[in-house]
Ligand binder design. Structure first.
Ligand code: SAH
Length: 209
């Protein structure tokens, strides 16, 4: 697929603002060179260290469910290539900020480089265990988790603002994407079956290596 075909195929699943944001972020800049020609295929692709960049439709769906607005303070858990963070950063401009947490050092460096090359200025990539959230910059209007968790981590819930939203895949062999909304309590809504790499950490799965 080319970029135009991909973007028009997303019209069925995504909000027009999300598609417009995706049209402004060059996905090829977030891929290893040999895979750049496949940047607009609607598929996950390997980014090294056994991890993947999510398929464009998954980024589109998650951003649509999150309802990102200008000025918002956003936490991403599982920064990977930095692509998904870049799309969210576009959606919260002007005035918004994305903190993207990634556990693998090599990917943190690559994501920073990719974001700089793409000219994205409102994403900060931090190396740490995102299953614990990022208390320093909490509370968040929105939290986007790009790795599947055994259950919804309590620290992430606590770092969400009232009226805040979080999207998170939950499950191991069979996973589902949840929308969690915080009001006077927490409300979790199942959205769809999905496939993500595991969230590895204190409030995630244990490291098997
Ligand atoms: N959003 C990414 C997709 C990344 S795949 C993109 O657009 O490219 C999920 C990422 O979550 C992987 O890079 C993996 O290393 C990371 N991850 C897994 N457990 C984590 C944890 N506890 N904290 C932070 N990152 C984690």
């Amino acid at each position: 697929m080319n970029k135009e075909q991909l973007l028009s195929s997303l019209e069925e699943v995504a909000d027009p603002r999300v598609i417009s944001a995706m049209s402004h972020v060059p996905r090829e800049l977030f891929l290893p060179e040999p895979l750049q020609s496949r940047a607009y295929d609607d598929t996950p692709l390997p980014i090294g260290r056994g991890q993947t960049i999510s398929a464009p439709h998954m980024v589109a769906i998650m951003c649509t469910i999150l309802d990102l607005q200008p000025g918002m303070n956003v936490l991403e858990v599982g920064g990977g290539s930095g692509y998904h963070a870049a799309v969210m950063a576009e959606l919260v401009r002007p005035g918004g900020q994305v903190y993207s947490v990634e556990r693998i050092a090599g990917l943190v460096e690559a994501a920073r480089l990719n974001l700089a090359r793409a000219g994205v200025e409102n994403v900060t990539v931090i190396q740490s265990d995102g299953s614990l959230g990022l208390p320093e910059h909490a509370p968040y209007d929105r939290i986007s988790v790009a790795a599947t968790a055994p259950s919804i981590p309590e620290p992430l819930k606590q770092q969400l603002k009232i009226e805040g939203r979080m999207v998170i895949p939950v499950g191991e062999d069979y996973q589902e994407l949840y929308l969690v909304t915080r009001k006077n309590g927490f409300f979790a809504e199942r959205k769809m079956g999905v496939i993500f790499v595991p969230l590895i950490g204190e409030e995630g799965f244990k490291d098997r290596n």
